[in-house]
Design a protein around this ligand. Structure first.
Ligand SMILES: O=C(O)CCC(=O)C(=O)O
Ligand SMILES: [Fe+2]
Length: 545
């Protein structure tokens, strides 16, 4: 708890801040936002209630005091630093909000995330009239979105959000799953009324139209994950990528045995053979390569015909990884020099193309995770040299570039079906919107493996697995939810959830054995060492100050 003196200091600073807010010179709209059809939007059901509850738990586990009186917060950076395995729900929610904001304002994939934070407002917390770009250093904040995670009346009293003037609605009463989004400029002066009791928890996001600013948050998160995944305790016995026999793992005889068995299984395992021949991009040092084969999705015939392009992509990824690992790095900064120009092109293409174009795919290409022009019109327009093949089996065609994880290409992903519109092929493509998302998936999967190993040993881990189990049950309702990292406007792109990816690892394949199962056995043995620490941190879930 804060001492009285410190609290008084905070309150004084806050009062001063608020009094300056409306005098601030900043607050003119970004040119792109000047002529929007609307400047604010309120929408319910932006994420499922289960996800809201989960995020409240993440908030409780990670938040700290400090940034204003009676308010606690956990930024995405706090979460990745303190408890990276709690990132996936945060990543899912921020992605869903991003999609909702883009759709509501017709911003066609132009927004980048500048700030992601879980914020809890306790009794007495309030915020006077202000707009969100009211400081020089905040001028790159162009759009704001607040996703409420719990319910006024049930979890807290007071705490209404109000706009000072302008279009209706002028008052927004927080409830779980409700989002208020608005331009951050002076057209949207707003306040938060005092919280009378309880705790009001929200996911607050700021978006930017500045490409460089859009990268910083993700780069920080990816940087921490990279470090974590490279840490010795998490070094996994890496099975060699299919076909890369000279890159045998470090685990001695056991790995060699696994490798041998894997080779044997390839004979009757078309999925694995396909992954092998398409020569995808392997993500990350020390990662479970059998699970994370990133490669641009393409017809099989092309996959075999263009190995050199794949090789180029692979070496670009290695270079990128080296950059990520280098101290003082500024990842992918150079790649963004031209982004403003290309994103304008992307915007035009998005308007012209019948299907949406995913600008995050462009970011992936910049990161070197994609290097192929395969003739998709929208993709070419969006990036010049890029382009991918529409997802025939894993969702309605989008014409956008994709990075696909051929998860468990051996088809061992029990519980993973091809996404909506699937043709029933065994190879399952998972689409990630960014390197960060892919890394998050990795971190999450590692965590899940730890949970599986802890199964019998730890009540804390088991309780948490129960939570995930409930979520799994709740996501079976509709294909959209099942594949729900969120659907883009018009539902044109379906995504598999990270949870499903994790489950694909945790669930033992029905047909028994296979490289996946052996991988899980080897990895869990190693992860067990890490487990006590996870359990200790996991038990912080639900703890309050
Ligand atoms: O939590 C809310 O409803 C709005 C918060 C807000 O206006 C801000 O953080 O700038
Ligand atoms: Fe605000």
């Amino acid at each position: 708890m804060l001492g009285k003196k410190r609290r008084a200091e905070y309150e004084e600073a806050d009062a001063e801040r608020q009094s300056r807010d409306l005098d601030a010179q900043h607050g003119s709209a970004h040119p792109r936002l000047e002529n929007l059809a609307r400047v604010r939007s309120v929408e319910d059901g932006v994420v499922p209630l289960e996800l809201c509850r989960e995020l409240v738990m993440v908030y409780q586990a990670v938040s700290t005091v400090g940034y204003r009186p009676h308010v606690r917060s956990a930024t995405i950076h706090d979460v990745v630093t303190a408890a990276p395995w709690l990132l996936p729900p945060l990543a899912r929610a921020r992605h869903a909000v991003l999609c909702a904001v883009e759709a509501a304002f017709g911003l066609g994939l132009e927004l980048g995330l500048e700030f992601t934070g879980l914020i809890g407002w306790r009794q007495g917390a309030a915020l006077g009239w202000h707009h969100d770009a009211n400081r020089e250093y905040l001028s790159r904040r162009h759009m704001s979105a607040v996703l409420y995670l719990n319910d006024q009346g049930a979890d807290f009293g007071g705490g209404d959000f109000r706009f000072q003037d302008g279009p209706e609605p002028l008052r927004v009463s927080p409830r779980a799953g409700r989002m208020v989004a608005y331009t951050a400029d002076a057209r949207n002066v707003h306040c938060v009324e005092p919280v009378a009791w309880g705790e009001r928890v929200a996911l607050t996001l700021w978006f930017t139209l500045e490409p460089a600013a859009a990268e910083e948050e993700d780069a920080k998160v990816a940087g921490v994950l990279e470090q974590l995944l490279a840490c010795p305790q998490l070094q996994l016995a890496v099975l060699p990528p299919p076909g890369a026999r000279d890159q045998a793992g470090q685990g001695g005889q056991q790995d060699l045995d696994q490798q041998q068995q894997q080779e044997e299984e390839k004979e009757d395992d078309p999925g694995l053979a396909q992954a092998d021949s398409s020569g995808g991009v392997w993500l990350g040092r020390g990662l479970p390569d059998t699970m994370y084969l990133l490669h641009p999705r393409q017809p099989e015939a092309q996959a075999q015909a263009q190995p050199e392009v794949q090789a180029e992509a692979e070496s670009e990824v290695r270079q990128e990884q080296a950059e990520l690992a280098a101290p003082g790095r500024e990842p992918a900064r150079e790649a963004h020099r031209d982004r403003e120009a290309t994103s304008t092109a992307a915007g035009t293409a998005a308007q012209q193309a019948a299907e949406p174009v995913d600008i995050r795919a462009q970011r992936l290409r910049e990161l070197g995770l994609h290097a192929r022009a395969s003739g998709a019109a929208a993709g070419e327009a969006a990036g010049g040299s890029g382009g991918g093949t529409a997802g025939a089996e894993a969702g309605p065609a989008t014409g956008s570039e994709c990075v696909w994880v051929h998860a468990l290409a051996a088809g061992a992903g029990a519980g993973l079906e091809p996404a909506a519109g699937g043709t029933g092929q065994r190879s399952v493509g998972l689409r990630f919107g960014s390197l960060t998302e892919a890394l998050l998936a990795t971190a999450f999967t590692v965590y899940r493996l730890g949970c599986v190993a802890a199964d019998a040993a730890s009540e804390a881990a088991a309780a948490e697995m129960g939570l995930w189990g409930d979520l799994a049950a709740s996501t079976e309702a509709t294909p959209e939810e099942t594949h729900g990292l969120g659907t883009r406007a018009g539902g044109a792109v379906a995504r598999l959830s990270l949870q499903q990816l994790a489950e694909s690892v945790a669930v033992e394949p029905q047909r028994g054995g296979g490289p996946l199962r052996r991988y899980v056995a080897a990895a869990t043995a190693q992860l067990r060492r890490q487990l006590p620490e996870w359990v200790r941190l996991g038990s912080l879930l639900g703890a309050c100050d």
